[in-house]
Ligand binder design. Sequence first.
Ligand SMILES: Cc1cc2nc3c(=O)[nH]c(=O)nc-3n(C[C@H](O)[C@H](O)[C@H](O)COP(=O)(O)O)c2cc1C
Length: 464
Amino acid sequence: MKIIVLNGSPKGIESATMQYILYIQKKFPQHELKILNVAQQINKLEKNEEKFKEIIKEVKNSDSIIWGFPLYVMLVPSQYKRFIELITERNNEDAFKDKYTAVLATSIHFYDHTAINYMNAICDDLEMKYVGSFSADMFDLMVPNKRNQLILFAENLFYSIENKLPTTRKYLSLIKQPFDYIPGKLEKEEEKLDTQGKKVLIITDSVDKNFNLGRMIERFQNCFSNKIEIINIYDINIKGGCLGCIQCGYDNICVYKDKDEFTEFWSVKLESADVLVFAGNIVDRYFSSRWKMVFDRSFFNGHIPTLRKKQFGFLISGPLGQIANLRQIIESIPELKESNLVDIITDEYADSEMIDSLIYTLAKKLITYSQSGYKKPQTFLSVGGNKIFRDAVYGRMRFIFQADHRYYKEHGFYDFPHDDKYAKKMNEKFIPLTQNEKARKVFYSVLKTEMIKPLKRVVDNPDK
Ligand SMILES: Cc1cc2nc3c(=O)[nH]c(=O)nc-3n(C[C@H](O)[C@H](O)[C@H](O)COP(=O)(O)O)c2cc1C
């Protein structure tokens, strides 16, 4: 069989992910796995439609497609996202329809699930036959047992194609409802808001008032008596997507630093704001690839939470309610940056008055929370995610991400091994005690009341 591998790594063939493909090729010489470096060549494919058509022709003439890519900021790299967008923009969905397909990704398992979900949904949207995914840690190939699993994965893929096995569909098509949002004037009870000295900044990929997003932004600005600054990410000189060279790991300096405006945009503009509103249209199952480029390029900061103590709002045009995966990504962004997500307003309500009042409430809360310093408690999204970073930066990635290591050390990110004296005392006392059945019975009979005792002490002395 002929399998086309659409390589999503900006590094082309010098990619960790592609080593997995080359390994499969060695193990299954009866099949041809042809690698096409679509992410690395995205500029060419975008400018030269003939070159793009050659890729589509290869897809058409193949028995199956493997989407092979590295995880970049919870999704696929921006260059790969752009390739996916081009398929629809250039009406080439037919080439993919009914093709057997699978996903092979490498990462350190930080939000690999959101990238896999995204690609599964893209395959479903393209009406492909999705066999499954293999999400490997980037160095799994070195472990014999994990290599065996990779072989089984490939075997299952080839068997499914050869035997035309039916495949399940995980994601329903998106239903887009046509609706024109027409912002009204501020209601009588809605006074123009004062930013109270807080710097509010809107970042968007469109200000076009012919579309809902542009009008939602306008409405947001009109809630204030002060002028609210907008930056359109298409107006910033960004030379290209992240190259994955990780030279920034040493000192947080991007190889593009003096060649374009991205570093200044992020480190000066964004970092000096108190309130950030990210605005975007949904393009397929995420934001635009331009937005993705911004997130990928922010990787020059390594794993340091650079946008700390900010209040975040999102203005979105598109069916977010049908894309739980994207909502999770959005919710995780402020959390991981040690900031606070106030709300996400979309145009899905299809009710202009409702959207007006939601935007006004968002604007008001952004300022009041910024003044009071309110921040929601962390959830698994960042508690879990940060533990992955902590372990990686402390251990096997330290020599690459030396800047992260310095920051993590200075800011107490290395909160292990645990040195909780109280926990140690309790463990030393109660583990031996509960070995005795009688003592265990007594222990469990008082456990509930004893556990809440320290909490009750706080409740009983609320002003202490
Ligand atoms: C810009 C950038 C963003 C990354 N984002 C993630 C991420 O969100 N989650 C993760 O687990 N790994 C992330 N990684 C690590 C890569 O996914 C991993 O190193 C991968 O194996 C690289 O594959 P490649 O050599 O095929 O490009 C990121 C790496 C880079 C350079």
